[in-house]
Write a protein that binds this ligand. Structure first.
Ligand SMILES: Nc1ncnc2c1ncn2[C@@H]1O[C@H](COP(=O)(O)OP(=O)(O)OP(=O)(O)O)[C@@H](O)[C@H]1O
Length: 281
């Protein structure tokens, strides 16, 4: 349903953030995008909905060539792409319900939404979605009174209110604790399955990506260096994606007593233990 062919991005500074990206995402597939800082993950996600302009190549969403759109047609196409951000991007002084309804902005027009007059069916659907994401009790709360996990649930409900075909998710768990991160990833995964929604999730936590994605794409310096199943992502592949320097944190051998007290690099340990255990859904 989404096809990127020969997509490249060169920023005005000269940085080549993406080089010749070839990617096809079928309906309903949850794809995790991993890679070191600066690899181009956010740029790729933002090129799809044209928050960043690709400088090369074609991006097709079903029958629509997205790179050629402008004005009204671009706004229309963006409605079919729900965006979920790392920092939730909620309006703090508005209620949960109002934040969710702001997902209708593309449909009802700025002034109508500004004046907070939403169609009845949008309000009914927003109630349903807030129930589905586990927040029926928080409808009238102000967004700034919510926890990080609750805010992310509001962000998910808001993205779904526009009935997208595709979810673009940028570091959804970056500010959350491990348990809440898992709950959010599980929720996104379940919603994609229920609605046959495809998703691209930019995520730093490799273990989470392995547990909740159908497919993992590894970017390094703007190029795809891995595209496969979570179970295929072994330590050799991780080294290819992240590089020896960052990845090989194995300390010098030490005696047993010293080894017991030694600090373990948590991300490395977590990823390796999850690989050894196999990806558990
Ligand atoms: N607005 C910009 N202007 C110039 N260069 C940029 C801009 N945004 C990103 N870049 C550059 O493009 C490259 C890719 O950045 P991008 O933010 O897409 O990487 P990322 O993989 O998402 O990184 P992170 O995981 O740290 O968010 C980097 O070299 C970055 O410096």
């Amino acid at each position: 349903m989404l096809t990127l062919s020969g997509v490249g991005k060169r920023y005005p500074t000269g940085d080549r953030a993406l080089k010749d990206i070839e990617l096809t995402l079928p309906k309903g597939q949850v794809m995790a995008l991993i890679g070191p800082s600066g690899a181009g993950k956010s740029t790729l996600i933002r090129c799809v909905n044209r928050l960043v302009e690709p400088t090369q190549g074609s991006i097709r969403l079903e029958d629509t060539e997205l790179t050629k759109l402008s004005g009204h047609k671009l706004r229309h196409a963006r409605r079919s792409m729900g965006m979920i951000f790392q920092e939730y991007a909620l309006v703090d002084r508005l209620t949960v319900m109002e934040n969710v309804l702001s997902g209708q902005l593309g449909y009802v027009g700025f002034w109508r939404s500004f004046l907070r007059r939403y169609p009845q069916e949008a309000v009914v659907e927003a109630f349903r979605l807030l129930e589905r994401v586990g927040l029926p009790h928080a409808i009238d709360k102000r967004a700034d009174a919510l926890s990080g996990g609750q805010r992310q649930r509001v962000g998910i409900a808001r993205a779904l209110l526009q009935s997208p075909k595709l979810l673009l998710v940028d570091e959804p768990t970056a500010s959350l604790d491990p348990k809440t991160s898992r709950q959010i990833m599980r929720l996104i995964r379940e919603l994609c399955a229920e609605r046959e929604l495809a998703a691209i999730i930019n995520i730093h936590d490799v273990a989470l990506a392995q547990q909740f994605a159908d497919r993992i794409v590894g970017l390094r310096a703007g190029e795809i260096v891995f595209d496969g199943l979570p179970s295929e992502l072994d330590s050799e592949m991780l080294t290819t994606i992240y590089g020896e320097e960052e990845w090989d944190t194995t300390p010098e051998p030490m005696d047993d007593e010293a080894a017991d007290d030694a600090p373990v690099d948590p991300p490395y340990a977590r990823v390796m233990s999850s690989i050894e255990a196999g990806a558990v859904r």
